[in-house]
Design a protein around this ligand. Structure first.
Ligand code: P6P
Length: 336
C-alpha cells in the first residue's frame, strides 16, 4: 500500500504483529485516543462560535485557571476511554489523583494506564493559537484490580509503551510513537479520518530555531543566559538563530521536530523545578524526540531516566535537534 494513503487504523492493524500489540488492547486504546481526538478537535474548531471560550472560574490542581475547553477535553478523553474499558486507570493534568477505570468485575485485565495533558497551551485558546493534547501509555505493573499510583503511574519514562500528541492547528495532526519511530497523521475533517501524512518523522540534527520565554531571563542561570547569548551571536554578519516561541509546548515542539530547533523550559530562581510536568508533558515529548533522532534532558540527565515521586511533579526540560541540545549541555555543564 502507498504509505501516504494509510490511515491510523490501518497502521495500527499492520503493527498488530508487534509484540506490544499482540493482544489487540493497545490497538483499541490507540484507536480510542484517535476517536477522542476527533471529538475534541470538533469542539476546539468551533470554540469561537459558541459560548465555550473563557474560564469556568475554577482552578486545577496546578492552580491554573481552568478554561472550558480544558474541562471538555479532559472529560472527552476520560469518557471515551472509560466506556471502552481499554485502560485500567487515567492520570490527567486536570485531576488531583488518577481515575480508576477498572470495572468492578475484577476479571477485567486491562493492561494499560494512560497519562494525559488534555489541552496543553490552553492559555492560547481564546486567541486562536494552536493547542494540543499530549498522551503517554504504560503497561500496568500490578496484575489486576484497582491500579496503584506508585507502581502503575510513577514509572520512568523509558518504560513507556507508546506516546504522542494531537496538535489542533491549521490542520489537526496526531503524532505517535510505539517505539518503532515516529509517524504523523493528518485529519481529513470531511470524513473524520487520520491519514499517514508524515511517515517516519526524523528531527534534523541541527536547526536555527530556539524556543524559550526570554521574559524570564532575569531568573535564568548564568550558563543558560550564556547559551542564549551564543544563539544571538551573528554568523557571517547575519543572525545565526531565530527566536520562535508560541507558548504551547506541542506547537513549539512540532515545528522544531519538522524544521529543527530547540525548546527550552528551564528551572528559574523562582521555579526551581521549572514549569513542565514530567509525567504527561516531558516524558511523552522526550520519547517522541528520541524516537525521531532528537535529544532531551533536564539539564543533567535524560528525563526518561527520572524515577517519578509525584503524579504532578515538574522538571526543567530541554528538547530538540541533537547537536543543539548537546551544545546547550556544554554551557550548562560549565556552571555545575
Ligand atoms: P510560559 C502551557 O501552559 C505550557 O505548559 C507549555 O505548553 C508552554 O510551552 C509553557 O507552559 C508556556 O509557559 O511560562 O512561557 O507562559
Amino acid at each position: 500500500m502507498n504509505l501516504k494513503h494509510q490511515t491510523l487504523g490501518e497502521l495500527i492493524i499492520e503493527n498488530q504483529k508487534n509484540s506490544n500489540y499482540s493482544s489487540g488492547e493497545l490497538s483499541k486504546l490507540l484507536n480510542g485516543i484517535g476517536l477522542a481526538a476527533k471529538l475534541v478537535n470538533h469542539e476546539v474548531n468551533k470554540a469561537g462560535l459558541v459560548d465555550i471560550l473563557g474560564g469556568v472560574g475554577e482552578y486545577n490542581v496546578q492552580g491554573e485557571a481552568q478554561q472550558k475547553l480544558d474541562l471538555m477535553a479532559n472529560n472527552t478523553f476520560i469518557d471515551t476511554l472509560t466506556k471502552r474499558e481499554i485502560v485500567c486507570g487515567i492520570a490527567s493534568e486536570e485531576e488531583e489523583s488518577f481515575i480508576n477505570i477498572n470495572s468492578l468485575d475484577l476479571k477485567n485485565k486491562n493492561k494499560y494506564v494512560l497519562l494525559i495533558d488534555p489541552l496543553d497551551g490552553s492559555s492560547n485558546i481564546d486567541v486562536n493559537v494552536s493547542v494540543g493534547t499530549i498522551f503517554s501509555i504504560y503497561k500496568r505493573v500490578t496484575k489486576i484490580g484497582t491500579p496503584v499510583e506508585i507502581e502503575d503511574f510513577l514509572q520512568e519514562g523509558n518504560k513507556q509503551i507508546a506516546a504522542g500528541y494531537i496538535i489542533y492547528g491549521s490542520s489537526t495532526m496526531l503524532v505517535l510513537t510505539t517505539g518503532q519511530g515516529v509517524n504523523g497523521f493528518t485529519l481529513n475533517p470531511a470524513i473524520g479520518t487520520f491519514y499517514l501524512s508524515h511517515p517516519n518523522m526524523r528531527q534534523p540534527e541541527n536547526g536555527e530555531i530556539y524556543s524559550i520565554n526570554e521574559g524570564n531571563s532575569a531568573f535564568f542561570s548564568k550558563g543558560l543566559n550564556e547559551y542564549l547569548d551564543f544563539c544571538k551571536q551573528p554568523l557571517d554578519n547575519k543572525p545565526a538563530y531565530k527566536a520562535r516561541y508560541v507558548g504551547s509546548l506541542v506547537a513549539d515542539f512540532h515545528r522544531n521536530l519538522i524544521k529543527g530547533g530547540i525548546y527550552l523550559y528551564p528551572q528559574t530562581k523562582i521555579d526551581l523545578k521549572g514549569k513542565l510536568r514530567l509525567l504527561y508533558e516531558c516524558n511523552p515529548i522526550a520519547f517522541l524526540a528520541k524516537q525521531a533522532g532528537g535529544e532531551e534532558t533536564d539539564g543533567k540527565q535524560s528525563v526518561l531516566d527520572i524515577k517519578p515521586k509525584k503524579l504532578h511533579e515538574r522538571v526543567p526540560f530541554f528538547t530538540g535537534s541533537s547537536n543543539m541540545v548537546n551544545k546547550l549541555k556544554s554551557f550548562l555543564k560549565e556552571e555545575e
